[in-house]
Design a protein around this ligand. Sequence first.
Ligand code: ATP
Ligand code: MG
Length: 413
Amino acid sequence: MYDRILIRFGDLTLKGKNQNDFIRQLYKMLEEKLAGLPVVLEKKHDHAYVLLNGYDYNLVIDRLNLVAGIYSYSLVKKIARDLEVLKVEALNYVNELVTKPTTFKIETKRADKSFPLQSPAISKEISSYILKNNKLVKVDVHNPELEIRIEVRSDGIYLFNGQIRGLGGYPTGIAGKGLLMLSGGIDSPVAGFLAMKQGIKIECIHFESTPLTSIESAQKVIDLVKKMAKYAPGNKILLHMVPFKNMHMALLDKVPESYNITIMRRMMYRIATKVAEKNNDLVLINGESVGQVASQTLQSMATINEVTNIPVIRPLATYDKVDIIALSRKIDAFNISIKPFEDCCTVYVPKAPATAPKAYRARHYEEAFDFNTLVEEAVNNTKSIWVSTDTDLDLSMYGLEVGEAIAEYNKTK
Ligand code: ATP
Ligand code: MG
């Protein structure tokens, strides 16, 4: 019965140029995500339609749910601008939706004032016609179970009911570019999704310590980026794979156990800051959540954050784990994240990590070794790879270390 989907845009409290940028990027993303489907995108100034051409609307909705900046959408039937046609079609519409006694209400919006009847009069005409011809329905203007919406526009009349919430947020890309610190865990992919939803185009950085950690833990990260890529412009995300083994070994060797995680994370921030600067990423993004583990107490965050001066965005800072897991499932990352391979933060976990590490002590312990050289070496040996939704890189096929495997794979592309 529906022939189109009405798409309502998100934050249109934006003004002027920002609003134009919003709409332009939203349309770009919509076109990308709908590509390949036999539907037509009809662009209006502050809303859009997807003409279904008989195609299954559920499959279109799956695609719309990849596009940030959509506030909501509705399944719509467009009919001729004629009161008699409207009566018949509205009745058909109700007949199809109603199978048991139901209260309803008609809500009319006359966007085109040249239509002869005013909104309340249209609502009245249509509801009395429906009441006369469908014995299951009763009017309830305050608390209806079914609200039929009629919108009179210059090119036709639109009939719909209900609104399905879209992703919300801002079209991915309009806010600029950030660097997501991506582990193989549950949190950081969700943080990346939320950043994209807020308009940030992301690149990812991962610190891999093979062979101290397994090759599968690096593969997990590639697989997680594949899952995130469906939300990204071009369905692809640049992943920077940092060889972290030498740094990792130096930390295990030179730093007191209780400060190991703190200093490891300071090193990660230092390297990420340099990689961000090289790639024009304006912010770092990570999956830290206040209080979750020892390295995420406020004192700990302060001590770790000290080593960088670019902004760090922590989308999950105040999230409950259950809500993070729900989002992880929603983006289809959960089953990858829970695969039990060790990463650099789970291997050699100190028995008693400092929960309130002091910056001056961290600085003192860092004097024990020449970490700047290790930072430079890690940055210089970082290998980058574009990961798309259909990237087929299987690291275990190469029998090489991770960076070399990526370099070989890139040659084939
Ligand atoms: P996650 O579920 O994302 O792994 P977590 O709760 O396990 O998070 P930590 O392991 O302390 O927390 O890591 C906190 C954040 O630091 C991660 O969310 C991620 O952003 C970043 N991070 C941790 N390990 C790595 C890594 N090997 N490479 C890149 N980023 C990392
Ligand atoms: Mg982790």
